[in-house]
Design a protein around this ligand. Structure first.
Ligand code: ADP
Ligand code: MG
Length: 714
């Protein structure tokens, strides 16, 4: 292996290692009979139905490939509604007549699995006695090999459904929504006179995360159980110096990132950028975008690898949206666009968007979709954890508006005013005042960190998505609502066109259709400061936009008639499937808060209060010694008084918390009660604990502090 000049081995040769642990197209091509390969690629590339007669051949090739690489087991890898992934490993080994054993894997085992569904959330879709569930092979997402110490497991991406065929996972609705988007976008392109084979959604999700020393992680019951710190006073220094973002990456972290990349490359996940994020201890990885279904699988793989590799370096990777109070939380920016099968990006505006009718048509559809279904987008990112970020002046507000940037906003304004746009503002070049520096072309629009949904050059960036969540549901919502908007615009366009419209007639009709839509929906476009109070007021009072501040507020809208209708119209989710998702999300919200409340209570009672009382005893002893010496003990008494006051406050807050929890369990709407009663009670308990942390001596404090976790051990 070649070495670097610092003596370390060069760990990777990306061109050789990329995708080596995936059963991808080139591997399939070399191992499968030609006819089989052709049928399989028709499914992968063209979305044609999977021909089950090729299953045996595919299974055989896949098994041989995996076994050669050390695989002993395979698993149908799926994404139940827990938001995580699930796997049950089955061995390839089958005993043979001679008393030995052979590795076997049939087409049937590839295509269908039968995990017991009763332990996964079903949200009322499945009574516990109807435990049967099925996993089904997704040929469009490559199978991959996860290596362990001494063996490997073949992971086959699958969809997961109930015995009655209802979706119990995130993949099925995502695939259905991609189909809907393809159908509508292809139809619109036909009308626009630019037919293509297929259109698919693309996604590149930027993942933010924290790294802390694993030893600290294990000493904090809250991080272990709830993924975030439930008590902890702010350190004397936070992120106010703005010196961490893009700062140089510490050596241990760099070694970790290298190892993560090596693993992701071998799994075919195209990670491209890495950097420090805004908060101390916070970092980011971003991949190159892919077909949204594959990207969603790869996103899950990335989260798994980030956490697993951290242990190797004595680190813990925190994916929670808000691990530390008072410090920026983590998001996952979901970049989204639509691509044709020939690789053209339908949201690429070109240099003169005003005259690019195809772009204007699709961009208008997105604006219409977001305006019409702000509530669905908000609900798609609603979790107890993400509520800590949204609207906290660090992440986008809970109001879903769109940032279009200067150039596009101007084009939209021209259209609103006159029904047509005649020019696109050009941004020109940036001279830097020194002849040795190059002149830079300036982007047509600036960036806006406060927008939840921003146009960034040739894609939209859904920035309000949470760092720990699956990207599948937000993508499913986007695909579905945009499919509906395209359908609507295409239907109106179709009605205006004669049999063989001239180019001029087509252009005029497109302009009419998009002008009507823009005039109605441009209210959702906002380029200003999303954090300002003025915007919150204007958004709600003048523009009639929704401000669904918390998860229970957002989830309440999920099954509104309009939302049931859009999912049913495009065959993405039935009403029952949508109801079940709502139930599961509400239940998860209440469960999360319940775990947080129980953990806070136990930490306060078994760690914080005893530490405070030990300190009180120490003060007492000190005061006694002082008294023995005939000295003034007023300082010691004041200290003791301060501690006792906080101890009493904490004790009282714990009483309130216990009552709030009991009331919430009995409430008709448990998640609403958790939000209204338990969260304020938790906040009080925390305040009392954090006040004590500032008083109690460091050697008596039983928990690693924010300073320990955020600033040491890198
Ligand atoms: P930015 O700096 O604006 O965030 P980047 O070029 O870093 O832009 O891209 C951020 C993410 O957006 C990357 O994951 C990238 O692959 C993804 N992305 C770029 N183009 C598209 C597209 N057409 N569709 C979906 N995602 C895209
Ligand atoms: Mg970005």
């Amino acid at each position: 292996m070649p070495t670097l000049t610092n003596g370390h081995a060069m760990v990777q040769d990306v061109e050789k290692t990329f995708g080596q642990n995936t059963f991808g197209l080139s591997e399939m091509k070399s191992r499968l009979p030609k006819a089989v390969f052709k049928k399989l690629t028709a499914t992968i590339d063209k979305g044609e139905p999977f021909d089950e007669t090729v299953a045996d051949a595919v299974a055989l090739a896949m098994k041989e490939w995996a076994v050669e690489r050390g695989a002993t087991h395979y698993t149908h890898w799926f994404q139940p509604l827990t938001g995580r992934t699930a796997e049950k490993h089955d061995s390839f080994i089958t005993p043979n007549a001679g008393g030995g054993a052979v590795a076997e894997f049939s087409g049937k085992s590839l295509v269908q699995g039968e995990p017991d569904a009763s332990s996964f959330p079903g949200g009322g879709l499945r009574a516990t006695f109807e435990a049967r569930g099925y996993t089904a092979y997704d040929p469009t997402s490559p199978a991959f090999l996860v290596e362990h110490n001494g063996s490997a497991t073949l992971c086959i991406p699958t969809a997961f459904a109930s015995w009655t065929g209802e979706a119990l996972d995130h993949k099925i609705p995502l695939l259905r929504s991609m189909n809907a988007l393809d159908t509508q976008a292809s139809r619109a392109l036909d009308l626009l006179g630019e037919p293509v084979g297929r259109v698919y959604a693309t996604c590149g999700a930027e993942q933010e995360y924290f790294l802390i020393d694993e030893a600290f992680f294990e000493e904090r019951p809250d991080l272990l159980v709830a993924g975030r710190t439930l008590v902890g006073a702010a350190p004397p220094r936070g992120q106010e110096f703005d010196d961490h973002y893009f700062g140089s990456i510490p050596e241990r972290i760099m070694a970790y990132m290298n190892a993560v990349e090596a693993e992701l490359y071998s799994l075919g996940v195209p990670v491209a950028t890495r950097h420090n994020e805004v908060a101390p201890g916070q970092y980011e990885f971003a991949p190159i975008f892919e077909n949204a279904n594959v990207a969603a699988d790869h996103q899950q793989v990335m989260m798994m690898v980030l956490q697993r590799v951290a242990k190797r370096f004595g680190l813990a990777c925190l994916l929670h949206e808000k691990p530390f109070a008072g410090i920026n939380g983590s998001g996952k920016h979901v970049n989204w666009s639509m691509s044709t099968s020939t690789g053209e990006n339908l949201l690429d505006p070109g240099d003169t968007p005003h005259s690019n009718l195809r772009f204007l048509f699709f961009c208008t559809a997105v604006v219409q979709a977001v305006h019409t279904h702000q509530d669905l987008l908000r609900a798609s990112i609603a979790t107890a954890a993400n509520d800590h970020r949204l609207g906290a002046n660090e992440a986008p507000p809970a109001i879903l508006s769109i940032f279009l940037g200067d150039q596009l906003s101007d084009v939209f304004e021209q259209i609103t005013a006159t029904g047509t746009a005649t020019e696109s503002k050009q941004s020109g070049f940036l001279g830097l005042g020194s002849p040795v520096l190059p002149t830079l072309p300036r982007h047509a629009g600036d960036r806006n960190r406060t927008s939840p949904f921003a146009f960034t050059g040739n894609k939209f960036e859904f920035r309000a998505v949470g760092s720990s969540q699956s990207v599948s549901f937000p993508l499913t919502v986007l695909n579905t609502i945009v499919a509906e908007a395209i359908d609507d615009l295409a239907t109106k366009l179709d009605a205006k066109l004669g049999k063989r419209p001239s180019k001029k007639a087509l252009e005029a009709a497109v302009r009419e259709v998009i002008t009507d839509s823009i005039r109605e929906h441009t209210k959702v476009v906002f380029n200003g400061d999303g954090y300002s109070d003025a915007w919150h007021k204007e958004a709600v009072e003048e523009r009639g936009l929704l401000n669904l501040k918390t998860t229970p507020d957002a989830l309440a809208t999920l099954t509104d008639a309009k939302n049931v209708a859009v999912f049913e119209a495009y065959d993405v989710l039935t009403e029952a499937e949508l109801e079940s998702r709502k139930d599961i999300l509400s239940e998860q919200y209440a469960l999360t808060l319940n775990v947080e409340a129980a953990t806070t209570e136990s930490m306060a009672k078994t760690m914080v209060l005893p530490a405070a009382l030990r300190y009180l005893a120490e003060i007492g002893e000190g005061a006694e010694s002082a008294e023995d010496l005939g000295l003034d003990t007023s300082g010691a008494k004041a200290l003791a008084e301060g501690v006792v006051t906080q101890v009493n406050a904490l004790q009282k807050a714990l009483g309130t918390l216990a009552k709030a929890r009991a009331a919430a369990h009995k409430a008709a709407d448990e998640s609403m009660a958790m939000k209204d009663k338990v969260i304020p009670a938790l906040t009080k308990v925390r305040a009392a604990c954090d006040a004590l942390e500032k008083e109690v001596p460091a050697d008596l404090w039983p928990l690693p502090t924010y300073r320990d976790m955020l600033f040491t051990g890198k």
